[in-house]
Design a protein around this ligand. Structure first.
Ligand SMILES: *Cc1c(COP(=O)(O)O)cnc(C)c1O
Length: 360
């Protein structure tokens, strides 16, 4: 068996030890005679799996008892509607910052439910930078302020947490969750689709300050009501049990790596290496303001777009997969989440250097 280096933006590569453990436990989870997939979500066994996963996440991310942790379904995108339904409240106003394609989607969906103000946008720059907070046009009576700390498609990442005063800060952390230490207490709500840094797709993990529960509009579907989900331990209906279990294995793996601070050091090194190589090599380019380059998603272009398919073909042959950039941006993109080993980045750089020599 040979494992490729999979640079897909999502669903993304998972830690190999996690997959091995899942394989070992596939048919018989710890003597129960069944797979986790086949277990009742009400069984003692699954409840233990679920609670352990939550506890491990709480420890990894430093989540206090002031926050509820929810395991919901429908990915991050379903939250684009769920958030306004739950948080807009009577005033119906929220502020959003637009730094790329995921921000735009969140804004478009929220706009169906209330008075949404785009407080700042870097669209004029082609989303290559983050507007500095001094320039944001936020409203002190907004129900919340939403932003996207890491734009997965553009490869743009905030290096600061916005100051929102008494206005709850809401963050789509799908592609940056657990990649570096985070002060959760600065946030009202953090949400993340699992398939980047947490586990399989479909699952979305939320960290919500408890005082923000119970504010959903009357017409909010029950399954989208944070209070209902919290009151039922994320088991109002059958949760995505297997994804939840796998997320738990990923959290354990992360603890074994030394936790978020240790993985952040590795992430910094991986990203610095790859950007350093791109900057030093005339054949490759990355358009993002260096201050705001993503540690997780590294887009780059070749000197000549006509070489793109040859580049991808050669990469595939070496087991360097899914480097094609998003259709809206073009070029290449290497997603180097927590589970991408440093050796994968080294192999990519090695291949890129050889390709540039041959074609540059
Ligand atoms: C992947 C991603 C999403 C969408 O996630 P789904 O689970 O496919 O809905 C939303 N926001 C960001 C920042 C993402 O990276």
């Amino acid at each position: 068996m040979s494992r490729a280096y999979n640079f897909c933006a999502g669903p993304a590569t998972l830690p190999e030890p996690v997959l091995r453990q899942a394989r070992e436990e596939m048919l018989d989870w710890r003597g129960t005679g069944m797979s986790v997939m086949e277990m009742s979500h009400r069984s003692d066994e699954f409840v233990e799996i679920a609670e352990t996963a939550e506890q491990d996440l709480r420890e990894l991310a430093g989540i206090s008892d002031d926050y509820a942790v929810l395991f919901m379904q429908g990915g991050a995108s379903s939250q684009f509607a769920t958030i306004p339904l739950n948080l807009l409240g009577d005033n119906g106003r929220a502020d959003y910052v637009n730094t790329g394609i995921w921000s735009k989607k969140a804004i478009a969906e929220a706009s169906r439910y209330g008075d949404i103000n785009v407080a700042a946008s870097s669209e004029d720059s082609g989303f290559t930078t983050v507007p500095l907070q001094e320039t944001w046009n936020t409203r002190s009576d907004a129900a919340y302020l939403h932003y996207t700390p890491n734009e997965t498609i553009g490869g743009l990442e905030y290096d600061f947490i916005p100051e929102s005063g008494h206005v709850p800060l809401v963050a789509d952390m799908s592609s940056t969750m657990l990649s570096r230490p985070l002060d959760v207490s600065k946030f009202g709500l953090i949400y993340a689709g699992a398939q980047k840094n947490i586990g399989p797709s479909g699952l979305v993990v939320l960290i919500i300050r408890k005082d923000l529960l119970g504010k959903a509009r009357a017409e909010t579907p029950t399954m989208m009501n944070y209070q209902v989900i919290a009151d039922n331990g994320s088991m109002y209906n059958t949760p995505a049990t297997y994804s939840w279990y796998l997320a738990g294995l990923v959290f354990k793996w992360l603890q074994e790596q030394g936790g978020v601070e240790a993985i952040a050091e590795i992430n910094r090194r991986k990203a610095t290496k790859l950007y350093g190589f791109i900057d030093d090599n005339d054949f490759y380019a990355n358009p993002i303001d260096p201050r705001f380059r993503s540690w997780m998603n590294v887009p780059f272009t070749l000197a000549d777009d006509a070489l793109n398919s040859a580049f991808l073909k050669g990469a595939d042959e070496r087991g360097l997969l899914n480097l094609k950039g998003h259709r809206s941006v073009g070029g290449m993109r290497a997603s180097i989440y927590n589970a991408m080993p440093e050796a994968g980045v080294d192999a990519l750089i090695d291949y890129m250097a050889g390709f540039a020599k041959e074609h540059g």
